[in-house]
Design a protein around this ligand. Sequence first.
Ligand code: FAD
Length: 455
Amino acid sequence: MAARIAVVGGGVGGLSSAILLARRGFEVEVFERDAPPPADLADVQSWPRPGAPQSHHPHVYLGLFRRLLRENLPDVLRDMHDHGVDELPFSGIRGPVEPGDEDLVMMAARRNTLEWALHRAVAGESRIRLHSGVSAQLAEPVDGVLTGVRTAAGVVDFDVVIDATGARSKVGQQYLETVSEAECGKVYNSRFYALRDGVQRPPLQHGSVTVVDGLGYGAALFAHDCGVFSIDIGRLPEDEALKKLRDPDAFDRVVALFDKFAPWFAAGNATPISDVVPMPGLRNVLRTLKPDAPRGYFPLGDRVCLTDPTFGRGLALALAHAVRLAETFSTADGDLTRLNARTTREQVEFVRPWFDDVVVQDVARTSLWRAAVKGESWQDLLADAPPNPFLMIDAEEHDPELGLAARRYVSMLTRTVDTTEVYERIQAIMELSEAGEQAASTAPTYTDVLAALDA
Ligand SMILES: Cc1cc2nc3c(=O)[nH]c(=O)nc-3n(C[C@H](O)[C@H](O)[C@H](O)COP(=O)(O)OP(=O)(O)OC[C@H]3O[C@@H](n4cnc5c(N)ncnc54)[C@H](O)[C@@H]3O)c2cc1C
């Protein structure tokens, strides 16, 4: 008889795992503390999601996520397309892309829209029982083996428990230890807007995103489905002055500084549809199982690896974990409970390069911002900074190959562009165009932002 599997947490990693496992013949029960989405996509913006507060923030869908969805959950991808989710090219190449680069696109969707589509796929699976509005904890292990989950209604026995409870959860924390941790150095402030009916989406700079690479702050505009778009402005955690971004009028005054965003607001074409929502406390965290963790406990997604959302990697890593776990379970012989130590180690190894790379980028960006806010020289810091992929893309007219490498790397379709040759080529471009200074100098200054906040 196939193992009975509990999934605690019905977010992106949990729902994907449940669908993939059910389709491989497993009986799965999902416990999700929040209510299910509304049936009609038109109502999804107001779906309350206290268990996944990042739903109030922009999500970008990188090439790796799209590839994993296309290969493993094609019906979910199709359903999103059928409901107005466009794929915006990120190849930078006119004409056909090379084999393997077909995923150089970004899906323009709200996060709620993705979860809405996942819920529809779950509803079609007879092997999944979804318990919505039910918070679950882990049951007590017996003889070193987890025996199931505990809800307000009592203990339910399962052979295996998947912990997909996300970033802020305390579920299973007694069995997890931190491998590495570092600040993201950024507080998100996000606001959603809707384009007036019939208004065409203005062009974007990078796939579904247009970036303002400021110094001391950063901003980005994200296209989503159904005429919705969102803007995020990031600040340093300790920056008390930029806390005023929480005020919607002040936020919109800063937004008005960004020429790149102006086409979205021309002729009164856009209306805000949310408050400004801050997201403090962001950290890069990598966790693994403690040696004495009970068998049968399988953490995945954000329970294992949290990376700065600026890089948009979390969804791809959570889906990759779900795919890997489903493959492991379906090809294993006998007792699944014994697989958790090795499987979690492999999940950690898989995400580790993506995690380490974000930390390096965050350290560099945070020190640039800190210098800019203090009015200190930041130019000297550029020499030691890792390659900035967006500058490489901006400079691709000088070196198209480097631009393509950067696009693949931003999309997570290749692991790294961090080679000596790449460094040398970046240096050549920097000398040609002084790209770093140019990019920063086209963005409004930190002082401009302060003035707009106080106007
Ligand atoms: C501000 C912000 C912006 C982001 N932007 C991007 C982006 O642009 N691109 C990207 O790829 N990633 C982004 N991410 C990361 C992405 O949201 C996460 O990596 C992804 O959701 C992880 O999936 P998960 O399944 O592990 O957790 P989640 O999707 O968070 O799901 C966890 C689920 O568990 C439920 N839960 C928790 N505790 C319990 C319990 N005890 N019982 C039952 N249910 C429980 C919660 O309600 C929730 O539904 C962003 C994150 C943040 C914070």
